[in-house]
Design a protein around this ligand. Structure first.
Ligand code: FPP
Length: 240
């Protein structure tokens, strides 16, 4: 479907790409192959999001908890991160996509860190889709980071206690300046937020398609976007 087919589209979509492991098991493959197939889905989803002229897409690629997976699985994900940026960066930059990494990059191996920093640097002035890639990301850690920045600003006299409001926090999140999440999609039927975008999802609509991430198609995505368009968002108000 194209943009004109939708009566209403979200400005910001967030996705938890869940089910790669189960997909691999179902196909009697190792988990790395599940993640590899998941990257194929991701490519299509980014392309479609850009075609639809949605402002922001945030994807959960690697959580702070994912370091606890087996050495082999973490290594496979690290390799996929390198492969993804090397193969996609030219096309994304050409399409005017701005890439932001949400999460602390310091803990990544040097090669990955360099690729991530370079992707952000190269696309920093792009004005099309904002693609937020959550890597070593945790929603609570993001809020702790914001709290520390606010405290520093207060201590340094740059900010007064009385002026602190919701915007003060939003401005210190990785997503500063972007709209709140309108639609959160988690594939594979799991219905949890798993420490993802806790502050930004305050008024998000949630959809939990049962399909495993590697099987998630552009048609499934369109269906989710249509379902979003059919939801009545009240933001706490009574609409009569
Ligand atoms: C959840 O599936 C998925 C992940 C933990 C990683 C998702 C990562 C990618 C799709 C590729 C890496 C991203 C980039 C940007 C290169 P799971 O393994 O928890 O699935 P399961 O619950 O079925 O085991």
């Amino acid at each position: 479907m194209v943009r004109e087919d939708f009566a209403k589209l979200p400005r910001h979509v967030a996705i938890i790409m869940d089910g790669n492991g189960r997909w691999a098991k179902k196909h009697k493959l190792n988990v790395a192959m599940g993640h590899r197939q998941g990257v194929e889905t991701l490519r299509e989803v980014i392309r479609h999001t850009d075609d639809l002229k949605i402002e922001a897409l945030t994807i959960y690629a690697f959580s702070t908890e994912n370091w606890n997976r087996s050495k082999e699985e973490v290594a496979a994900l690290m390799q996929l991160i390198l492969d993804f940026f090397k193969s996609e960066i030219d096309e994304l930059d050409e399409k005017n996509v701005r890439i932001l990494i949400l999460g602390e990059k310091d803990v990544f191996p040097q090669k990955q860190r360099e690729v991530l920093i370079e992707a952000e640097r190269r696309t920093a002035d792009n004005t099309g889709l904002t693609l937020n890639i959550c890597l070593n990301y945790g929603g609570r850690a993001e809020l702790v980071r914001a709290a520390k920045q606010i405290t520093e600003d207060v201590q340094a006299g740059r900010l007064s206690l009385d002026s602190i409001n919701e915007q003060t926090i939003s401005d210190r999140l990785y997503t500063a300046g972007q709209p709140d999440v309108d639609l959160m999609i988690r594939t594979s039927g799991e219905m949890r937020l798993s420490n993802f975008l806790l502050y930004q999802c305050a008024y998000a609509e949630f959809l939990f398609p049962r399909v495993l991430w590697p099987d998630f198609t552009v048609q499934d995505y369109d269906e989710a976007l249509l379902a979003y368009g059919g939801r009545e968002r009240r933001f706490g108000k009574r609409l009569s």
